[in-house]
Design a protein around this ligand. Sequence first.
Ligand SMILES: [Zn+2]
Ligand SMILES: [Zn+2]
Length: 117
Amino acid sequence: MPSLTTRAAVARTAEDTFHWETVLLDGQGPGEVLVQLVASGLCHTDLSVLAGRLPTPLPAVLGHEGAGIVQAIGPDVAGLTAGDRVLLTFNSCGHCLRCRTGAPTRCTTYLKSTPLR
Ligand SMILES: [Zn+2]
Ligand SMILES: [Zn+2]
């Protein structure tokens, strides 16, 4: 799917506020899925990033909780098709020691994200 624009709450710098902006979404890369959100939330993790208590590359679109419908699928994605209803949660690799021992919330890649361009 080609690039598209949408609206997002962008964290530009720590200890600031969210900025409601139009952002450009690239087409789906390997392992990526485009989801049309029907519900989303901001949790304490997001607010901790915004407060500068969790080191995270900024600017970023925070938020890791939501529900929606798959619109498009990038290469190397298995088990999903357009139209599937999905829940979103935080990023975890599934391979590190913490993930393999039942602690995906402590995944070593948890706070790594793709910075906004
Ligand atoms: Zn959360
Ligand atoms: Zn992991």
